[in-house]
Design a protein around this ligand. Structure first.
Ligand SMILES: [Fe+2]
Ligand SMILES: [Fe+2]
Length: 242
């Protein structure tokens, strides 16, 4: 199903409730009433095209927003990505960590084994935070610098050096490493950890891990198919200017 602006937002959520955290990132929260997507976007001052592109990217893994690639403002894209980061680091990941902690607390016999999973998740959290920090402290400022150079027509020497030292393609590769670790953790729970007395807890953890994995996969896809081509095009423009 392609999500369109004249659809009722409630119908879209009934169809795919995993979009709830995504709409939250746009300042749209449950209890929004019987409105269409276009109406709520106007009401919340959200760019409708951008909202639809993000929703469709999450909803349909085959969706590739070719014609919109260059049209979105960098600031809007980055604001969205940062909101998503905030959700992962401040809500989702601490929530999962707590669930794994609960597993160790509930256990009498296998505390040390569950502690292992907890340590593994903490390592994942650290690696993930490093990735997010790199994006926010290095990649995004670099993109703003490129945009500034194009708008002003002046390319500072520093930026030329940065362009030579750093390729946006490196950024794409980083995403795979973060995904692998999450897959390993799921495997640890599915294959190797003893089943806890309360199996609902381990099921909950897996549900959350699968959900986080999907969310992050689409997040990385937005970065790879919307942000990266935009940066490549800007780098190309600047190459012609110098
Ligand atoms: Fe990101
Ligand atoms: Fe990323």
């Amino acid at each position: 199903m392609r999500i369109e602006k004249d659809m009722k937002l409630a119908d879209v959520i009934h169809h795919d409730f995993s979009l709830i955290p995504v709409i939250n990132r746009f300042g749209i929260h449950l209890g929004f009433g019987d409105v269409t997507i276009e109406d709520i976007c106007i009401n919340k001052s959200v760019n409708t095209e951008f909202f639809l592109t993000i929703l469709n990217t999450y909803h349909d893994p085959q969706y590739f927003p070719k014609k919109h690639l260059q049209s979105f403002h960098t600031a809007m894209l980055i604001a969205y990505l940062k909101k998503a980061h905030q959700f992962y680091t401040e809500q989702k990941i601490p929530y999962i960590k707590n669930l794994i902690f609960k597993l160790t607390e509930e256990s009498v016999q296998h505390k040390d084994r569950y502690q292992l999973a907890l340590n593994f998740f903490k390592e994942y959290q650290e690696e993930f935070t490093r990735h997010i920090d790199r994006e926010e402290e290095l990649v995004y400022p670099y993109i703003y610098e490129l945009e500034k150079a194009i708008e002003s027509g002046k390319v500072p020497e520093e930026l030329i050096q940065r362009m030579e030292a750093y390729s946006i393609m490196d950024y794409e590769n980083e995403h795979d490493n973060v995904e692998e670790k999450l897959f390993d953790l799921k495997n640890l729970i599915i294959k190797y950890l003893p089943a806890p007395s309360n199996e609902l807890t381990s099921y909950r953890i897996l549900l959350e891990l699968f959900d986080l994995e999907k969310d992050l996969r689409e997040h990385a896809r937005i970065e790879d198919i919307i942000l990266v081509p935009k940066v490549e095009a800007m780098e190309f423009t600047i190459q012609k200017m110098i």
